[in-house]
Design a protein around this ligand. Structure first.
Ligand code: QAP
Ligand code: CO
Length: 168
């Protein structure tokens, strides 16, 4: 197992569109474990391969209270169920220190492959629905700050650039 380095907004590599996983081999399995380890280490509830600069369609989440329910989604797709939207204060390990309200479909059906290469589907609402949609966006090069006003996004960007300069 290994901790992976997380790309920080506005790193342009976060804009890469990830490619489907064609073979769930040992490398992919190790990556899934590393993503989970990196997510837990950062006190996150979700992480995508994009955020660690690996552009494969893989995301992990754990929305449980006890942080004992890791979920892995390979080549995920989402179907929106119903018209309802919900607003949630979102954060992101790639946008450290910032939390902003984002509105998204409340109920979804997720279809993906598990580590055994088998397709499964689950219906999700509440935090799981938010987390999966947020992580799916990463696989398409999108970040939650894209949903904010230009002014808010610009402010976050300038602050993170300043922090990264100071940190070196
Ligand atoms: C995405 O986000 C998400 O700024 C996962 O200082 C967001 O795990 C899923 C984090 C909202 C569901 C709802 C962010 C930790 C973690 C920070 C995260 C920070 C420490 C964010
Ligand atoms: Co994120």
């Amino acid at each position: 197992m290994a901790l992976l380095k997380i790309l920080i907004f506005p790193d342009q590599r976060l804009r890469t569109v990830a490619k489907d996983v064609l073979d769930i081999n040992e490398e992919v399995k190790a990556l899934c474990n590393d993503l989970l380890e990196t997510m837990y280490e950062g006190n996150g509830i979700g992480l995508s391969a994009t955020q660690v600069n690996i552009h494969k369609r893989i995301l992990v989440v754990d929305v449980s209270e006890e942080k004992d329910s890791p979920m892995i989604f390979i080549n995920p797709s989402v179907e929106v169920l119903g018209q309802e939207e919900k607003t949630y204060g979102e954060g992101c390990l790639s946008v450290p220190g910032f939390f902003e309200e984002v509105s998204r479909p409340a109920k979804i059906k997720i279809t993906a492959l598990n580590l055994g290469g088998e397709e499964f589907s689950i219906e999700a609402e509440d935090l799981l629905a938010v987390a999966v949609q947020h992580e799916m966006d990463h696989l398409d090069g999108k970040i939650f700050v894209d949903f904010l006003s230009n002014l808010k996004r610009q402010r976050i960007k300038q602050k993170l650039i300043k922090i990264s300069r100071t940190a070196v």
